[in-house]
Design a binder for this molecule. Sequence first.
Ligand SMILES: *Cc1c(COP(=O)(O)O)cnc(C)c1O
Length: 384
Amino acid sequence: MDKKIYLDHAATTKISDDVLESMMPYLKERFGNPSSIYDMGADNNSALQNARQQIANVLSCAPESIFFTSGGTESDNWAVKGSAELQKSRGRHIITSRLEHHAILHTCEYLEEKGYEVTYLDVDELGIVKLDQLERALRPDTILVSVMSANNEIGTLQPIRQIGRMLKGHPAFFHTDAVQAFGQIPIYPEEWGIDLLSASSHKFHGPKGCGFLYVKKNLALPSFLHGGRQESGRRAGTENVAAIVGMGKAAELAGKNMNRNLHHIVGLRDHMIHRIEKEIPYTHLNGSRNHRLPGNVNISFLDTDGETLVLMMDIEGVCCSSGSACTSGQASPSHVLESIGLEPEISKGALRFTLGSDTTREEIDYTVDHLKDIVKSVRSMAKE
Ligand SMILES: *Cc1c(COP(=O)(O)O)cnc(C)c1O
């Protein structure tokens, strides 16, 4: 197979042709600085406002609530550190979950070193946070609850609306890392009681190094970067105009095609899970069967090793990822697979396929056909 089959959309996605086309003028003739007052600058400023509106349309929110950043990691850092700084006189307690992305977990650990106290919510065996534990963990000095909308490894969707409802009478801010969810499933921060929301352009077919943070109206989140007056004085630095224009276009397309894509991708996902479970013995689906991102298939193959499977699938032209991170030569299960209580024998053989809107049924069938043979040969090698 000459063509690559790309089934790693949770890691990053391809810029779509329309997105690239929308960006090109801003990399060429329309290179002006949006802060300049002559035409070429002002035009670029209106391009930024257009992108802000395109994103706001997907979230059904005010465009003034959208602040451009360098990506999901910056948005997560800004939301957590900014919330901590803004409310430091009110409290120093933060609640998050065990299966957050490292952009949240490592930021929380940093704040712990600075004297903040962090409660890490447990998740059940499907990866869903325990709402009763959240309710018990809330205190008068809790300043922030940060729970992701959808997990990047096992695809589990969190009960974001219920959390928003629970926090209604509480002064703590509610942040959600929606990097995996934005553009794939509907999210309405204003209606759902979400104060802060992170997203990243390259996870929804926009360019890398660009993202945004939704900040609820009247929430005076302090600046993360200090300098010029860009982004209403909240995020200094000359804007990455071309990337922001591309992100706006990608958001518009994701919003416009959301229902169609969702239907298509869920169909392929369920077809893939069904075939694997029927045709390959000794498997275990990780995460929830129903509360799951449209394109996520995370399955363990017992008596195999995820990294070996990834390398062997790569030889067949299929890009996917494993559930473990190789640290100092020793593969250890990811914190997400650990958080759902998987035995090491099960997490060791975890593979993640994440499907996209241009994934085809032929690609899925090709992948499962080869996966069958590869799992069989890895298992027989293990016996020798
Ligand atoms: C990819 C990802 C991030 C980081 O986003 P970048 O734009 O790559 O910095 C944060 N959270 C989740 C859930 C992600 O999947």
